[in-house]
Design a protein around this ligand. Structure first.
Ligand SMILES: C[S@@+](CC[C@H](N)C(=O)[O-])C[C@H]1O[C@@H](n2cnc3c(N)ncnc32)[C@H](O)[C@@H]1O
Length: 290
């Protein structure tokens, strides 16, 4: 029995205190004092949107955009029930779409923030040009990511490998068990999803080059240590988006179950109770001309 039901949205992990606090700390470093219009790119279920509303005293309009309609319905319900936006007179618009084609006029945003999703876009150059287009000159672009070239402190890769190895063995055993009972085994449909992390993770230097090319001046770069314990591994394993990439073609329910069920034993096998992960945070300003 899984600790957390498999979820098509990022909601389970995004509610973990480690996740919320790391994002809150990142947002606290941003110069948001004068921001009136803000775009939360790949807003998911609205965890960062909430933190951004808290951090922007002069916010008038906030736009959240995500590919996942299911995530945005959760966000919409949350903001309706919470009532903060209405009390503060902030206009919220939630749009389903892809972050690299923005239905937004040129130069109308004071800030664009992208939480833990920039690595999911297929072409970061295209994305950055689009972000630069919608920002006013001098406007702020900030993102964080836990999928970049330096994200695993040396030695910690072994824990992630152990986790995936144990989850693969779990799936093999489930398959054997089903066949032993005369049932069809686990069917893997190849070619249905991207293979695990098919694109290389970018380094800080790569990001600096990409931002410069797109017309941004980098203002701050930070690496934040986030400790991932068993519960974090379980809730991230519950995210269908990760399970379907790590175990491409397997039924996502089972892949997620395997990741959750083996999180504790993988950490125990490596003799650790938590694993540090470095989150990259980059803040940039749009140059006057792009
Ligand atoms: C790891 S979640 C982060 C969500 C949110 N920013 C947060 O911190 O809770 C990544 C999000 O990116 C969204 N996503 C993936 N590819 C996208 C794309 N091309 N355009 C817009 N959103 C995308 C997913 O639907 C998901 O909600």
């Amino acid at each position: 029995m899984c600790a957390v039901a498999v979820n098509m949205t990022y909601e389970p992990f995004s509610k973990e205190p480690e996740y919320v606090e790391a994002n809150r700390a990142f947002i606290a470093t941003l110069p948001l004092g004068g921001v009136r219009t803000l775009l939360d790119l790949a807003c998911g279920t609205g965890v960062m949107t909430d933190l951004l509303v808290e951090a922007c005293p002069h916010l008038r309009r906030i736009l959240g955009l995500d590919l996942s309609l299911e995530s945005m319905l959760i966000a919409a319900r949350h903001f309706r029930e919470q009532g903060t936006l209405a009390r503060r007179g902030i206009r919220l618009q939630l749009l389903q779409g892809t972050a690299d084609i923005l239905p937004v006029a040129d130069g109308c945003m004071d800030a664009v923030i992208m939480g833990n999703s920039i690595h999911m876009l297929p072409d970061e150059r295209h994305l950055l040009r689009e972000v630069a287009r919608v920002l006013r000159p001098g406007g702020l672009f900030a993102f964080n990511s836990s999928f970049w070239a330096g994200t695993m402190p040396p030695g910690t890769e072994k824990v992630h490998h152990e986790w995936v190895k144990q989850a693969a063995v779990y799936l093999m055993n489930r398959d054997r068990e089903l066949r032993r009972r005369g049932k069809p085994g686990i069917r893997r449909k190849r070619g249905t999803a991207k293979t695990a992390f098919s694109r290389p993770w970018l380094s800080i230097g790569d990001w600096q080059d990409r931002l410069d090319e797109a017309g941004f001046a980098v203002q701050a770069i930070n690496r934040r240590t986030v400790l991932m314990d068993r519960r974090c591994f379980e809730t991230i394993g519950a995210y269908a988006g990760l399970a379907s990439v790590l175990f491409s073609g397997y039924p996502v329910q089972l892949a997620s179950e395997a990741l959750q069920e083996t999180a504790g034993s993988a950490l125990a096998a490596m003799g650790v109770s938590e694993v540090p992960r470095l989150w990259l945070e980059i803040t940039a300003a749009r140059k006057e001309t792009v």
